[in-house]
Design a protein around this ligand. Structure first.
Ligand code: GCU
Length: 338
């Protein structure tokens, strides 16, 4: 299935129309030629560590290529929600995007293995697996043919937990609670299994939906909870620890093919530094988020996760639908015990 861009908002259409104009103001590179501008779509705010890491990547890329490349990062979903920008990247309208694994699951179900509850024990375990080409090489190249998308690697989303308007202790407390999920079959089944009623929705719509009562809660890491100000409308954050999430940096394959071998090597080297640095930024951002949200009145609850664990563990295995997925799952679990 080929992903199609769906331009749904006027603001987003206007931002895309202005992309051509963005390019004309670029300073010339050494040697006088206009730089190649890479446009990157992000759904996070400027305070999120992915924005910080990617703007640093852009500065280093520009310096290391003598100004031949410039990276423009568009935060806050201005180019569209992730489903839309995935289509735009596939079509080469934009060059790069940060996309949650749950969206890639919809175009190649093998990606779902890394979206499953309990597949990763920790961020450290996740990083070991997703940076091992022997495990992920074929998966990352699997979208290059039909989709024109190359997966370059990932940023952790850390541990995802539930947050709601009232405290949650057990699956029974989730009965009838409408919980926002990312748009993926795994996420829908996960919340049902945990005892709630899942509602798929894009990230940028969650605050208003919780505020108006369309939703009773959502699930995410502390950094998103804080930077999206979700604590204002769902003040109880409960450590259900249901999964360690993953974002991917996805590029239009032709954009990468057009680079000279030298520039591609520079790009890859600077990107590697970026995702390595991200883990440190992430740890600090998580601590700051807990502190910041607490100061604004949010309450963080540790609970006995066993009643959720018992439900979630069989769920992961039930999703493994072919030998490739089984092998990815087995290799990931083996890496946990090494
Ligand atoms: C995290 C993740 C995003 C994702 C979001 C969501 O913030 O980093 O890529 O879109 O969760 O729940 O939609």
């Amino acid at each position: 299935m080929r992903v199609r861009p769906l331009i749904t908002s006027a603001a987003c259409a206007a931002a895309i129309a202005s992309l051509a104009a963005c390019g004309t103001s670029a300073a010339p590179a050494i040697g006088g030629e206009a730089p190649v501008i890479l446009r990157l779509a992000l759904n996070q705010t400027e305070k999120h560590p992915s924005y910080v890491a990617l703007t640093g990547f852009g500065i280093r890329l520009q310096q290391a290529t003598g100004g031949r490349y410039r990276l423009d990062v568009f935060p806050n979903e201005v180019l569209g929600a992730q489903q839309e920008v995935l289509g735009l990247t596939s079509d080469g309208i934009i060059d790069l995007a940060v996309i949650s694994g749950t969206q890639l699951e919809n175009i190649n179900p093998d990606f779902r293995v890394f979206n499953l509850p309990r597949v990763f024990d920790s961020v450290e375990h996740q990083m070991k697996v997703i940076n091992d080409p022997a495990v992920v090489g074929d998966l990352y190249r699997s979208l290059e043919g039909d989709q024109h998308l190359t997966v370059l690697g990932g940023f952790t989303q850390g541990e995802r937990n539930l947050y709601t308007k009232k405290p949650i202790n057990t699956p029974a407390d989730l009965a009838g609670q409408k919980i926002r999920v990312q748009e993926s079959p795994v996420m829908l089944r996960m919340i049902t299994t945990m005892g709630g009623s899942p509602t798929p929705m894009s990230y940028g719509e969650v605050y208003t939906a919780m505020q108006s009562g369309v939703l009773d809660g959502a699930e995410n890491n502390e950094v998103s909870y804080f930077t999206q100000k979700h604590y204002e409308v769902a003040p109880h954050y409960t450590y259900t620890k249901h999964l360690v999430g993953l974002d991917y940096l996805v590029a239009n394959s032709e954009t990468l093919q057009k680079m000279s071998p030298e520039d591609r090597a520079t790009f890859d080297r600077e990107w590697t530094k970026t995702y390595e640095e991200f883990v440190t930024l992430w740890d600090k951002a998580t601590k700051d988020a807990i502190e910041g949200a607490t100061a604004e009145g949010a309450q963080f609850h540790q609970i006995d996760t066993a009643p959720f664990d018992e439900r979630l563990e069989p769920l992961a295995r039930s999703f493994l639908a072919n030998p490739t997925q089984q092998q990815l799952y087995d290799r990931t679990r083996q890496a946990a015990t090494r």
